[in-house]
Ligand binder design. Sequence first.
Ligand code: NAD
Length: 433
Amino acid sequence: MTIRGMTPAPGTLTDVEINPYEMMLQQLDMVREYTNIPHGVWKILRQPERALEVSVPVVRDDGEIEMFTGYRVQHNSARGPCKGGIRFHPGVTEDEVKALAGWMTWKCAVANVPYGGGKGGVSVDPSSLTRGELERLTRRYTAMIYPLIGTKKDIPAPDVNTNAEIMNWVVGTADVLRGEANPGIVTGKAIEMGGAAGRKEATGRGVMFVTMGILERLGMEPGATRVAVQGFGNVGSVAAKLIAERGASIVGVSDVSGAYHCPRGFDIEDILRFVSDSPGHLLAGYDAAGVESIPPEDLLTLDVDVLVPAALEAQITAKNAGDVRAKIIVEGANGPTTPEADLILGEHDVVVVPDILANSGGVACSYFEWVQNIQCFPWEEDVTNQRLGKLMVRAFDEVWELSKEREVSLRMAAFILGVERVATAVQMRGIFP
Ligand code: NAD
């Protein structure tokens, strides 16, 4: 059987230094031949509905004013209010946010939650700010994007370098501006502020569910599986912990401060304790018996069964895809594999569980949080985790079955499923006016 992956036409890709928005559009365009979506609807899907750029002045602790640039993009709201995280990172650009918003549209449709896709971010290195400066940046950014966000309009959540505390500031600011309490305007808040028990771990938990799903489908035993995880933040650390709890050995981990290899398997509790106690919550300086420090780029090409990229986009490229030794890649991060790399991985029979399926546990649980906020009725954590498991297994099964039926890669199947669902909603709504 031939499995058709995302095969770009020769010469259409500029390879490694790909712009994430171009990458998202290339992925979308590759799905076109597998669908009957009318040309006009396709034109709608290729463009975000709204893209807002804002200036974010921040008074530094020494009294100096510094200017930052922020964005909020709503890609498509045909299936419901837009939903997507806020990223604080020096690499944030309008095109990156547009790409991430697009991936959110397809992801929400694959998970079959009633949302469209959105995303936001500020181009800033948050480690260069004091806590007070970070809070002022967050509050001013929230005020600047306030006209776009709302419980039934566009609901932010955490992403790279943002967390529950930052989401608390977003809600606090929005509520003051509005003059009423609206906990459902943001998800990923602290539980005391209306956050869902289990949301913090949900993306990593979802990565674990799909990892177990693909191992089972490929007849591989978790207990005999070696895993490397790139990125040890929210998604990577929780995924590593939960995958290890299912019996697999985590033999490689990395973050922005370094990469570590432990062929016999890390003591995950020990490494989590180390990161939690270290300044900046980094892996730098981790040392234990059998652990060696390796060049960061080697993490992606370790001799493992499963590789979980859980850091940033465009990490597996045409330059290193041929050297990947993992049999399976489970994309915890958004857009970690370029389309060109995807092609090379396909040629090497590497099975890729795509981001819009693999990391959809976060938005699924955000949906549960939003439902609880709207109903003013919090659930027990085990109810959330049980519903999350059910949703992830259903989404995984749907993508797996479609990939078999259409003889396409899992990425192609996930895109077909997501894009067709969105296109159907666009057509049903019609065009205003
Ligand atoms: P985070 O800020 O908690 O963690 C990011 C991690 O990546 C950190 O450990 C950081 O040190 C590491 N990192 C950054 N640059 C790196 C590099 N060059 N090499 C190795 N490691 C590097 O962010 P997160 O929330 O865990 O998000 C990680 C990825 O998962 C992003 O792509 C994000 O969009 C995606 N994602 C997050 C969620 C969520 O709920 N948080 C949901 C879906 C997808």
